[in-house]
Design a binder for this molecule. Sequence first.
Ligand SMILES: [Zn+2]
Length: 185
Amino acid sequence: MPIYRIGHGYDVHRLKGGRPLIIGGMRIPYSSGLDGHSDADVLTHAVMDALLGAAGLGDIGRHFPDTDASYAGCDSIGLARRVHRKICRLGYKIGNIDATVIAQRPRLAPYIDDMRRSLASAFGADPAAVSVKATTEEGLGFTGSGEAIAAHAVVLLKKNTRKPACRLPRKTTSIKKRRQCGSLR
Ligand SMILES: [Zn+2]
């Protein structure tokens, strides 16, 4: 009988001129980007928090503290791979991920499938098991004013006590080309 665990993650980052806009590992052309210590990938952060929460491992601030200079400007998809390794070591496999990005602008629909593939690759999941949705808050609040972009994620983890844990993905060339952050642990 498999063991199931559910996790929820939420994140928000302020939009700021002169920053690249990275959401779900995809660079999206826009006049401003998300501000933060790392690349401020709000969607990847929400999914990472959901996974860590489901596994009872705390949150991303505990694993990748923003007081650590080695994470400055770093690629969150690389951190996501490390979160995946942590949950794999505990014997968990991703059942499915469902995430929502809340942004008044820019329009994210053209990038949704690439975000799903990017997250699926980072978390060793089938793209069919990764859902990304985009919505607006109808001009209301800080996302509506274009001040920030937020993301919510829920994830289901499965642990099958009879079968071996999920396979760890090999490092891909894309991660080698990207900036590696922090000390590996
Ligand atoms: Zn974040």
